[in-house]
Write a protein that binds this ligand. Structure first.
Ligand code: ATP
Ligand code: MG
Length: 566
């Protein structure tokens, strides 16, 4: 990624880092981390956090760690760890040999807890989880102190050790920090830092019968790793005083926590719990369903890492809650990137047969077609032209409206890279009345797409030669939800009530130009006049190509921007 400091737009996190560097804080180091909980696949919100953390490290010649926050043994799985690593690499970032796990620090965290107990700053509580909640008070009422709050250091040390060796059942005892039950910040009301939990952990197996709470593990893990700037989302703002209290009580390295607002995208949901529900209940085919906002879903859909990184940079960082980003902006970033890199090909999604009556039956021509008008370096290819072709069904109208400039009875249009053709006769299915075949003539002098007599045509159509075309499946995707913010459900409904029933349309007998034969899974193309498509990396085979529509050509974001600036 190199040093982009001079050109990157500033944001408030950058400003803090630069001030710290100027002041010589942390010996001039910048060390960040990305700390996922391995309880689901990463989504586009995580991508933003990854881009920020790895981006700052690269920008200031620092380091970024990958740390799995695996403090909760019951919900975590190896599958998630592997998928997270794959996704971060795919986005273009590298954590070197710094792959860490909060569970690696369980021993150190235990020692820290002993230190707090010895300093009279933590105690073992026998209240039940319900009682603890009840004693905690509310935003308007102070909490009450537990009757066990003033145990002696010796008794606390003894009980805490017995919690760890497994003497007590789940829920019977917790270790709490002794802070202030009357604090205006509920997080400071003697928070639980350890609980008894007889559970196997994916890395430590059954070594531990107690597990640290996230709040106890998070700040100390950052400290242990020498993190300088702990960038996290806004919901941790109220936890910062607690993290500060822990670090000060322990007297250890103190990273600076900086909060920014979560990325929220329209027409999708971003919570792992909700995404898991969609997967488990079969609303989508998996975490990598191309309609999912997961990184694996976006990848399978045809997104490029560059477009996601660019999007992250463009949305910037804010301190304010509830800013929903229009999904059209993400799509805009994708189009911009694909426009530069995707070769153009011709694919007919709803084939309508066209016979060129004056074209010799046994003749086949190879016509020159440029691969990308945006990039001459991408060269050209040959496309077959012959007497029987397919055009797009919607490119013909028997009774065209005023604004319809494509093919109609008696009308002449251009076939891209080929000839002018004129429609002479329409063949219909006798029963249904449906148009099944067109008979046209071509003008041999218009080869390449212009006629020597200068006559103009208004429409240019894409097409394929019937005898040479490949048959393929195309999956057209739309937003997964019909509501801009599905998380804001009306009373009696939940987010799943807003699932878009038309988010997937499968077309099974599309015809493609033969250059697509053998296209590798994941390869991306622009289907002329349709949009960007990629070969599905899961279901497509050599015998049966399957394409995903990545994004259509219609750019609603560009329109929104244009309106704004005019
Ligand atoms: P979710 O609510 O989707 O389950 P999470 O915050 O619990 O997400 P973590 O695995 O803890 O998921 O997240 C790892 C990192 O990614 C955290 O630092 C978190 O702040 C950040 N992150 C998660 N969601 C978003 C988002 N929507 N926008 C920006 N950053 C996010
Ligand atoms: Mg989390």
């Amino acid at each position: 990624m190199g040093t982009t400091g001079a050109t990157s737009p500033s944001n408030f996190i950058r400003n803090i880092i630069e001030q710290d560097l100027k002041a010589g804080k942390n010996e001039g180091r910048v060390h960040t981390r990305f700390p996922p909980e391995p309880n689901g696949y990463l989504h586009i919100g995580h991508a933003k956090s990854i881009c920020l953390n790895f981006g700052f490290a690269a920008e200031y010649g620092g380091l970024c760690n990958l740390r799995f926050d695996d403090t909760n043994p019951s919900k975590e799985e190896i599958e998630y760890v592997e998928s997270i690593k794959k996704d971060i690499r795919w986005l273009g970032f590298d954590w070197g040999d710094r792959e860490y796990y909060a569970s690696d620090y369980f021993g150190q965290l235990y020692e820290y807890a002993i230190q707090l107990i010895k300093d009279g700053k933590a105690y073992v509580d026998d209240l039940s989880p319900e009682q603890i909640r009840e004693y905690r008070g509310t935003l308007t009422e102070p909490g009450r102190e537990s009757p066990y709050r003033n145990r002696s250091v010796e008794e606390n040390l003894d009980l805490f050790e017995r919690m760890q060796v497994g003497e007590f059942p789940n829920g019977s005892h917790v270790l709490r920090a002794k802070i202030d039950m009357a604090s205006g910040n509920l997080n400071m009301r003697d928070p639980v830092i350890y609980r008894v939990l007889h559970a196997k952990h994916h890395r430590t197996d059954d070594k531990w019968c107690i597990y640290p709470m996230y709040d106890w593990a998070h700040g100390q893990s950052d400290s242990i790793e020498g993190i300088t700037h702990s960038v996290c989302t806004l919901e941790f703002e109220d936890h910062r005083p607690l993290y500060d209290w822990f670090l000060d009580a322990l007297g250890i390295h103190h990273p600076q926590q900086i909060e920014f607002s979560r990325l929220d995208l329209s027409y999708t949901v971003m919570s792992k719990r909700k995404l898991l529900e969609l997967v488990q209940e079969g609303y989508v085919t998996g975490w990598d369903d191309p309609r999912m906002p997961t990184i694996s879903g976006l990848r399978r859909r045809g997104y490029t890492p560059e477009s996601i990184r660019n999007f992250s940079e463009r949305v910037g960082v804010a301190k304010k809650k509830g800013s929903m980003v229009d999904i059209a902006m993400l799509e805009h970033c994708l189009r911009e990137d694909l426009n530069r890199r995707a070769p153009r090909v011709m694919a007919v999604l709803h084939p309508l047969k066209v016979v060129i009556d004056n074209y010799p039956e046994d003749r086949v021509e190879q016509l020159e077609a440029v691969n990308n008008p945006e990039d001459p370096g991408m060269g050209s290819r040959k496309v077959h032209f012959s007497r029987v072709l397919y055009i797009e069904g919607e490119d013909f109208s028997e009774e065209p409206s005023k604004k319809f400039f494509r093919l109609a009875p008696g009308r002449e249009v251009r076939l891209k890279h080929a000839y002018f053709i004129k429609c002479k006769r329409v063949v219909k299915n006798e029963q249904s009345g449906e148009v099944v075949e067109l008979h046209c003539t071509f003008d041999p002098a218009s080869k390449g797409g212009a006629s020597p007599d200068g006559r103009k045509v208004k429409g240019t159509l894409h097409w394929v030669s019937a005898a040479h075309a490949l048959e393929a499946e195309v999956r057209l995707y739309d937003h997964l939800f019909t509501k801009e913010n599905p998380a804001e459900a009306e009373e009696g409904k939940d987010f799943k009530d807003y699932l878009n029933p038309n988010s997937l349309e499968t077309l099974t007998s599309c015809r493609m130009e033969p250059s697509l034969k053998g296209a590798a899974p994941g390869s991306r193309y622009q289907f002329l006049r349709h949009g960007y498509f990629c070969v599905d990396s899961v279901d497509s085979t050599d015998d049966k190509l399957i394409f995903n529509r990545t994004v259509s050509l219609r750019d609603t974001w560009a329109k929104i921007e244009k309106k704004r600036s005019s």
